[in-house]
Design a protein around this ligand. Structure first.
Ligand code: FES
Length: 145
């Protein structure tokens, strides 16, 4: 194709091919990983981690103390151990209530033990648990939701 014959139609065809090829290449690349590497941060930084200062949550001062933060039930289970569970019932996503011995769903009666394990249906799956990391120096808790 000579330069004189490179008309608008050819330009559009060429542009379209470039866009399609670029899209294919981009879809094959883990963009998230690339962005993380470019920023020098780990891929886990893209998870929804919530960091709380325990000074702001007096209910979590003592072992056995608990509170709800957003859609997470958080309990201090040891001097430096915490349990964080989703408060969403695994049956149809109603909010479960903590009873002291476990959790009850007010919608259809599912129950869970203190660790979030199903003890009575119709729910079949345990409450989702979140990884927690306690920083004793800063008195903060990171909850990976
Ligand atoms: S939504 Fe909890 S038992 Fe149905």
């Amino acid at each position: 194709m000579s330069k004189e014959n490179f008309n608008r139609r050819d330009f559009l065809k060429s542009s379209f091919k470039t866009i399609v090829a670029g899209s294919v290449v981009l879809s094959a690349i883990d963009v998230k990983k690339l962005l993380a590497e470019a920023d020098g941060i780990s891929e886990n930084s893209f998870t929804n981690a919530k960091v709380i200062n325990l000074n702001d949550y007096p209910d979590l001062t003592n072992v056995g103390g608990n509170t709800t933060i957003g859609k997470a039930f958080v309990m201090r289970t040891g001097s430096s151990k915490f349990l964080a569970l989703s408060t969403l019932c695994t049956h149809k996503k109603c909010d479960v209530d903590f009873t002291g011995d476990g959790f009850e769903c007010p919608c259809h009666g599912s129950t869970y033990d203190k660790s979030g394990k199903v003890t009575n249906g119709p729910a079949k799956k345990n409450l989702k648990s979140y990884k927690t990391t306690f920083n004793s120096e800063e008195n903060t808790l990171t909850i990976n939701m």
